[in-house]
Every structure is written in structure tokens, then in C-alpha cells.
Design a protein around this ligand. Structure first.
Ligand code: CA
Length: 505
């Protein structure tokens, strides 16, 4: 018989309903639902006195506000949030899994576009980056024209992307936090999928001047184009078309070649999570992450507020004090950032998360962390930094889907695995996004928008290793250009919402 509830750890005093459960259902011998329990929501497995711990994943999610009876539904209004764990003097290196204990990847190579430095590309794109939003309107029109008139002549080029973002002018360009958005723009110009071909379009009077995003030797008439230099619409468009065609000619010479996994850099993100995310999809993605790491690839996970309550678990996976310190530093920075805005990490969960059974940020974090797998964290990055090591990387970014994505893209990911419980059409135009869902109901509903369902893990029809291997294979197929995820088939691509915590003037 399929299980009615799922309990994760022996310590847990709650479990999660696999399906909607009517009141009066015997879920375990002697445990009968007192209320109707919605799918993915929690049921009390014992009587829980007021003030006592409510435990899932072996972790205290919160404290019972009032006494809770065995079989009762525990919703988000019934818990008090615990204090955020301290980031001072975190023990490190206490949970370092040896590489040989990670699952073996079934494939050791993929087909990518090799770059002179850094990870290989998963796509061959002409990326045109603006230095300021003022240039975005012109560039978007120009890119449509490039796609129509030039791209068909260069069949080895997969596409043309206008990287338009809200930064560049009207900002405090020398503010202490300005390096974050500037680094994102600098690094996205060098994205592995752009093949080293630089094309930057500016207006001419903006604060983000070329020298802030390019070294002097790259600021040439071949690479940068200033709209204010051109007399009127036609000349301006022609200048962009001419520059684009030169770049397309070069990009058209690129070919995919068989590469080791060490040439692959991918990102993991979740969004619209539910209480199944941490049972099915995120651990399956984590299994794929472990396989990739064992094969020598680089895997990035992020989303500060969604790991903050598990910081001690991450520190335990840091091999040295430096990595632990960097982790603590990034957590502290984000605590202060939220504090300055008058909130804390519990501002993160959405109405959809709560409807999906996630009571608070602690419960969400425990599920979110699962997508990092079990390997050692070899490096911690600030938002939009590029990794310098292979293996599992923690890249601190906001958890907001549409901001985390661009941060990871700036860090150079060739694709992103995106795990969802509620469903989102989210996608990125620079790096393909593979959508993995936590429940079969979502896959049935969005059958032609979700790439992989991990729902069979909850019903006992598949293991985490089964779905993890399926995700791993899809990652390599998409990275190699053999498969396109649904978001790319439909062209569902979100904007480049770079993270700018600095003042706007
Ligand atoms: Ca997210």
C-alpha cells in the first residue's frame, strides 16, 4: 500500500500528508486524523504541549503556541519561530563526506563549447550587454532585427540575447555596495555561453562607464558601441547590425566537443516550494549534484534566507576555517541587509509556500538545503562572483527566483536546475533552466511545462537515486544541446534582474 504520510527523521513528532486526508483517517496504527489534512501539510504524531518543540527533519521548526493533540493538523499559525542560529564560532569539518562515498556518475563526458578560460559553454550565443537601462529599448529592437536578418546566416549560433538590466545610471556608483551590481554586469559580459565575444552597448552619459566593466584593452570600437555617437535611428541600427555580424561570424566557427565534467558549471535553485520539495525533488537534485561533484563538475547553490536556519549544517560540510568564515560572513551580511529593511529571514515564505504546507522559513530551509546534496562545500562566493574551484560551491544570493537566477548566471552557470512545488514558468535566456517538480499532481497539471517530476518518490514508486539519475542525465543532455527544456522550447525567459542593494539616486 502507498504510504499516507511521510516522516523524515526518527526524532520527528510530525509527518507530512502524501494526499489530502479526510478527518478520521487512520494514518498509522492508533494515529487518526482529527482534522482534514491538506496534501503536504503536517499532522501531529504525538500530543505536543504548549511551548514544546515541533520537529521535522530532526530539526525544531518552532514551538507549539497551544497544546496540540495527536492527529491534529499543524498549520503555520500554530508555531512560534525559533531564534536564528548564531553564525559565531560555528564548528566546521564535522560532516565531510569522502568523495568515494558519493554516487558514481553514469556518464563522464558531455558535449560543450570549450572556452579559453573558465567553464565551457552549454550554448553558443551572441550576448549583447547594455551598460545602462537607457539603451535597452534600442537594443531589444536591434536584437529582433539581428535574429531575423543575420542569425539565419550563421547556423552554428544558437541565438542572440539582449542583456538589459535596471542598473547603470541614476545610481550611487561609488557606494560601498555598488560593486555587487557592477560585478554582475562585468561577469555576465564574459559568460561562458558568449564564447569570449564582447559586445557592449552604452548610451554615452551614464555612470557605469566602460572602464568599470571592461579592461582597457577590450574597450575598442570592435567591442563597444555608444548610442549618442550615432546620427539618428538608421545609422544607430546599422552600427549595431554591423558589429553583431562581425561577432556572429566568429561565433559561427565554434563547435561542440567532447569534454570532461570538470568543464561543466551548473546552478541549483528552488522556488514556489512546498513541503514535498524537501522530501522528493530537492534530495533528488542533491543526488544529481553529488554525481556531478564526484565526476569533477562544479555545482552552485545559493539563496541565503533559505539556508540561514541550517547554517550549522553547511558549516559542518566546510573543510577549513576560511570557508566556514566566508559562509558566516555572507550570512551576517544578509542578516544586516534584512535588518536594515526592518525584517528578518521569515519575511521569505510566500502564501503559496504556506498553502503547500511550509509553516515557516526553518521548514523551508531544511528542504532547500537538500538540493546541495551531501558533498563538501569547497568555496563560498559573494553575489555574482565566479568560482575558482571545482566541486560544490555556496554562492550567496537572494532567494528571490528572478534575482538568484541572474546572480548565478553572472557567476557563469551553463544551466540551472530549478525545483518547484507550486509551479512557475520561470526561465533564463542565457542559461537553460530544467524544471523539476515535487509532486505528480503538478506534473499532471503542467504536463508540458515541467521537465521532470520527483513525485514518485513520495508515492514509493521511485527512489531518490532513480530521480536523481534522471536529473543528472537531463542536465548532461541539456548541457550538450541534445535536449531543450520546456522553458527554452517556448522561450519563457525572465528579465536580467541583477541584485542591487546599493542606493538609487
Ligand atoms: Ca528561489
Amino acid at each position: 500500500m502507498k504510504p499516507l504520510i511521510i516522516k523524515i527523521s526518527d526524532r520527528d513528532n510530525v509527518a507530512v500528508a502524501v494526499q489530502d486526508l479526510p478527518a478520521g483517517t487512520e494514518v498509522l496504527p492508533g494515529i487518526v486524523t482529527q482534522d482534514a489534512i491538506p496534501q503536504a501539510h503536517k499532522i501531529a504524531l504525538t500530543d505536543i504541549p504548549a511551548g514544546a518543540d515541533i520537529i521535522r527533519y530532526g530539526v525544531t521548526l518552532g514551538y507549539a503556541k497551544d497544546p496540540i493533540k495527536t492527529g491534529q493538523w499543524i498549520n503555520e499559525h500554530m508555531l512560534d519561530l525559533p531564534e536564528s542560529p548564531s553564525v559565531e564560532n560555528l564548528p566546521y569539518g564535522t560532516n565531510l563526506k569522502p568523495m568515494e562515498e558519493l554516487p558514481d556518475p553514469p556518464r563522464k563526458t558531455w558535449m560543450g563549447y570549450r572556452n579559453k578560460t573558465g567553464p565551457a559553454g552549454t550554448r553558443n550565443l551572441l550576448g549583447i550587454v547594455t551598460t545602462v537601462q537607457c539603451a535597452a529599448g534600442v537594443l531589444k529592437v536591434a536584437v529582433e532585427q539581428i535574429k531575423k536578418e543575420l542569425l539565419p546566416k550563421y547556423p552554428n549560433v544558437d541565438g542572440v540575447v539582449a542583456v538589459t538590466h535596471p542598473y547603470g545610471c541614476g545610481v550611487a556608483i561609488n557606494a560601498p555596495l555598488a560593486p555587487i551590481p557592477i560585478r554582475a554586469i562585468t561577469n555576465v559580459i564574459r559568460h561562458p555561453n558568449f564564447g569570449g565575444e564582447i559586445m557592449v552597448v552604452g548610451l554615452g552619459c551614464e555612470k557605469l562607464t566602460y572602464d568599470r566593466v571592461l579592461p582597457p584593452e577590450d574597450i575598442t570600437p570592435e567591442n563597444v558601441l555608444t548610442l549618442q555617437d550615432w546620427p539618428g535611428h538608421d545609422a544607430m541600427m546599422q552600427a549595431i547590425m554591423d558589429m553583431a555580424e562581425k561577432k556572429l561570424k566568429k561565433l559561427n566557427e565554434r563547435k561542440r566537443e567532447e569534454l570532461p565534467l570538470s568543464e561543466l558549471l551548473i546552478g541549483m535553485q528552488c522556488g514556489g516550494s512546498d513541503a514535498f520539495s524537501g522530501i522528493t525533488a530537492n534530495p533528488s537534485a542533491g543526488y544529481a549534484a553529488d554525481m556531478l561533484v564526484k565526476g569533477g563538475a562544479t555545482v552552485m547553490f545559493s539563496e541565503v534566507t533559505e539556508v540561514r536556519d541550517g547554517v550549522q549544517m553547511l558549516a559542518a560540510r566546510c573543510p577549513d576555517a576560511h570557508t566556514r568564515d566566508r559562509l558566516a560572513q555572507e550570512m551576517k551580511w544578509y542578516d544586516d541587509y534584512l535588518d536594515a529593511g526592518g525584517v528578518d529571514r521569515d519575511a521569505n515564505p510566500t502564501p503559496g509556500n504556506k498553502k503547500g504546507g511550509l509553516a515557516n522559513i526553518v521548514e523551508k530551509a531544511m528542504g532547500s538545503i537538500a538540493k546541495s546534496g551531501t558533498s563538501q562545500i569547497v568555496e563560498v562566493l559573494s553575489p555574482a562572483e565566479k568560482p575558482t574551484k571545482h566541486g560544490l560551491i555556496y554562492a550567496a544570493t537572494p532567494a528571490s527566483d528572478i534575482v538568484c537566477g541572474p546572480c548565478q548566471v553572472a557567476s557563469g552557470i551553463g544551466l540551472q536546475v530549478f525545483i518547484t512545488g507550486r509551479g512557475t514558468p520561470y526561465g533564463l535566456d542565457i542559461s537553460p533552466v530544467i524544471k523539476v517538480c515535487s509532486r505528480n499532481e503538478l506534473k499532471a497539471h503542467w504536463f508540458d511545462m515541467i521537465d521532470i517530476s520527483a513525485g514518485a518518490v513520495a508515492t514509493g514508486e521511485a527512489t531518490i537515486a532513480d530521480v536523481g539519475t534522471e536529473i543528472f542525465n537531463m542536465i548532461l543532455d541539456v548541457a550538450s544541446g541534445v535536449k531543450a527544456p520546456y522553458s527554452d522550447q517556448y522561450g519563457f525567459h525572465n528579465d536580467m534582474c541583477i541584485f542591487n542593494p546599493a542606493p538609487i539616486t
